[in-house]
Design a protein around this ligand. Structure first.
Ligand code: SF4
Length: 353
């Protein structure tokens, strides 16, 4: 196993069989140690924060794994207004956030003009901040308009890169081809692009995970978000097993070695599957956390999966709690836009090596 880790460290690539062995390795100490070496080389001890604003829980789609699916009639729906969103940003800015992530289901009620207006307003008021959108699949023209309005980054997980597996997780109306088209359009338009996948989704095999890694090699995203599949009681996958923490952590370390420059979050889903999951993610190579800036009154309603953590705390408490957790893992939460560092000349040495 050490040989495979060393090869991945040297060449950022190994063959499929070796990848599968690493994905399921029981003793991953060496793998994680090498991943930490790489993250320190590129990012020092810095951990970046993104202020997450979940501005609508309406969605026209019906992904089988997601609690926001249109057919979930048990969910109380909400939309935030432009003023609500700007209030979240103002609070977030005071707390030290320099990136705002506007995330929502595929809610077509907001027109392109409205989204552009919101982005433009945030960029004008908070000139040293980045805006990330995460609102699903759209046309090239719409992505172009969002970009021209000032959007810096876009998050769109591919979820699974295998065609047959994709069909088992999504209804007929959705297609992996379109998801991939979106991701490459976003790259063409000059966004910093984030993609990623669920770990342990129903029917997933180790080969599917290798396909995910191979797809990411083609896409070369700036951000890579992965998290365990967690079932939601109001979805067709309510009785399915949740994803494995071990696989998630091994994959974070593998991703760090394959994509040394990448921004990799220690996700809320990781913190949901284990009380120390986010700290473990940081130690495995993650370098981003995404505390919630949404008004506390709507947090519970952004119900992607059951038992989601951090739905009660105010934004300030969230940030303080995360700063403590990040410190306890041996890193430092910084006030910074947190752009991707593709070249070693841009390395961040804050917090020492
Ligand atoms: S995963 Fe995204 S697109 Fe699918 S139902 Fe949930 S919010 Fe909608």
């Amino acid at each position: 196993m050490e040989k495979s880790v060393d090869a991945l460290y040297e060449k950022q690539n190994i063959d499929d069989e070796s990848l599968k062995l690493l994905i399921d390795a029981d003793d991953a100490e060496y793998l994680q140690e090498k991943a930490r070496t790489v993250r320190r080389k590129y990012y020092g001890s810095a951990v970046y924060t993104r202020g997450l604003i979940e501005f609508t829980n309406y969605c026209k789609n019906n992904c089988f794994y997601c609690g926001l699916r249109a057919d979930n009639k048990n969910l109380q729906r909400y939309r935030l207004t432009k003023e609500d969103i700007l209030l979240c940003c103002t609070k977030g800015y005071e707390l030290g956030f320099r990136t705002f992530v506007l995330q929502g289901g595929e809610d077509m009620t907001y027109s392109d003009d409205e989204i552009c207006d919101i982005v433009h307003e945030i960029k004008s008021r908070f000139t040293d901040c980045a805006v990330t959108l995460s609102v699903g699949e759209r046309s090239f023209e719409t992505y172009k308009a969002y970009r021209e309005a000032g959007t810096d980054r876009y998050l769109l997980r591919h979820e699974t890169a295998d065609e047959a597996h994709y069909k088992k997780l999504h209804p007929e109306s959705m297609s992996l081809t379109n998801r991939k088209r979106c991701l490459f359009d976003l790259k063409k338009l000059g966004y910093q692009v984030g993609s990623g996948f669920m770990v342990g989704s129903p029917y997933q095999t180790a080969d599917d995970l290798v396909s995910d890694l191979r797809f990411l090699q083609k896409l070369q995203p700036d951000m890579i978000g992965i998290g365990p599949f967690l079932p939601h009681s109001d979805t067709p996958f309510r009785d399915e097993e949740k994803g494995s923490l071990k696989r998630c952590l091994n994959l974070i370390a593998i991703l760090r070695l394959m994509f040394p420059y990448a921004l990799i979050p220690a996700t809320t889903a990781l913190g949901t599957i284990h009380p120390m999951g986010r700290e473990m993610g940081l130690k495995a190579g993650a370098n981003v956390v995404m505390p919630n800036l949404s008004p506390t009154g709507v947090r519970e309603l952004y119900s992607l999966y059951d038992n989601k953590i951090c739905t009660g705390e105010e934004a300030a408490e969230c940030r303080e709690c995360l700063a403590r957790r990040v410190r306890s893992a041996g890193f430092e939460l910084v006030t910074d836009k947190g752009d991707v560092k593709r070249n070693l000349t841009d390395i961040d040495t804050r917090g020492g090596k």
